[in-house]
Design a protein around this ligand. Sequence first.
Ligand SMILES: Nc1ncnc2c1ncn2[C@@H]1O[C@H](COP(=O)(O)OP(=O)(O)OP(=O)(O)O)[C@@H](O)[C@H]1O
Ligand SMILES: [Mg+2]
Length: 489
Amino acid sequence: MSEVDTTRIAKTVLVIDDERNIRRTLSLVLEGEGYQVIGAETAEEGLAILANPAIPVDLAIFDVKLPKMSGLEALERVRKDDALRDLPVIVISGHATVNDAVNAIKLGASDFFEKPLARERVLVSVRNVLDVALAKRALEEASREQMAKYEMIGKSAAIQRVFHEIEKVAPTRATALITGESGTGKELISRAIHRLSSRNGGPFVKVNCAAIPRELIESELFGHERGAFTGAQSKKRGFFEQAHGGTLFLDEIGDMDLVAQAKVLRALQSGEISRVGSEHVMHVDVRVLAATNKDLGKAVETGGFREDLFFRLNVFPIRSPSLRERVDDIPLLAEAFMHGFSKENGTKGKPMDAEVIARLVSRRWPGNIRELKNVVERMAILSGERVTVADLPEDPHESPFGDADETPEPGLPSDAAEDDGDAGTAKAPPVPGEYPTLREHREQSERSYIVETLKLTGWNISRTAVILGVERTNLHKKIRAYAIKRGES
Ligand SMILES: Nc1ncnc2c1ncn2[C@@H]1O[C@H](COP(=O)(O)OP(=O)(O)OP(=O)(O)O)[C@@H](O)[C@H]1O
Ligand SMILES: [Mg+2]
């Protein structure tokens, strides 16, 4: 498994500034966080370092005003140099005009800010910019291979597990039941299983069970003879027959009615089918994959789904993880969608600001990957030369009162105030002494916000710290102080 290295140890930052003080400050701040820092006084000197293959630089910080060549001119050269084109560059300026900032961003700076330099701002920016660059590189390396194989990408443990399961089940004839929320890639998983199986020369037939009217499903699946029922004017091959030698993908299987379920079960058990209106039995060689976003186990309990069919399908269960469980993949997916979208439209992939990626990472995605993809494509269309936070569509799931899921129903008794994370939702009139003090309340809500964010990032401390705008060490302190346990709800 190729984990992307998100630690900052031994990352090298080149600082080009003619002011010795600035070079020193940046060295102190960055070296304190484990970066290696190289200083240069002039753009010429900086470019010479960048041109030297013996000194690999991960990120450069350019001052705008320099003795001879300006920082912006140097940036322009970097962007035109094939070997340096992707080098992340942050531009800083002592007396910035709006024009400088605009020009820097236009020329492809990853970030821009004014002096005096605020330690926190510098660190967050450097971290974000390096994360994005890293994600980009990881994407290029790992995803080329992944994309070719699965037409899916992801480096998170959750998606790697899925890749592993695809790999295991593909060469077999086993039926697989793919479950997961809407938009998580269930169809892609089933297509990958087909592609990696020995049936890949045969057809892949997808049936959307939810879209076929109940009275037609049998004839759609098994075909019918001419005159089998009113409206059957000619004979028709069903999906099972069409999938002969290949794979039949029963999508939304949870919506199939019980009568059709019985027939599918019989076909699976015997490998034989007959068209509606015919006695003739045909043998079909079909591998069946099924998907649903419903809880089929529960449907079995309530009588909505046949238990025997459930067991027959569930020979090899694959759970398609929600995007919440693979927040780590968001930068990678966003870059891939931007890239893919540009390629489709014959344009160049637009760079996305680090802040845009950070915001995407911290959003909630109930529509999962499909929703992320839509947002990225929308930004690709609406943005200018690069994608900035201004291009981000409003978050439809954002609640000004924190996590909406945690908000208790109105009218709950006043002891709801003791619930974890229900900041600001207490409805009962205040009773002195029974209510938490402001300080207690603040701590309680700070604690639950940290837990929420940790959950959102899959308990990734670095990422959580970036989102919350605090330093890692500070976050560690708070986690200890609040006795937050990994995995708590
Ligand atoms: N790992 C991935 N890498 C790249 N793209 C992905 C990945 N997973 C999903 N997608 C994209 O997300 C979108 C949704 O995927 P898909 O249709 O397979 O989801 P689904 O689980 O079948 O959704 P639904 O339940 O709504 O039918 C598609 O555009 C797909 O290309
Ligand atoms: Mg689907």
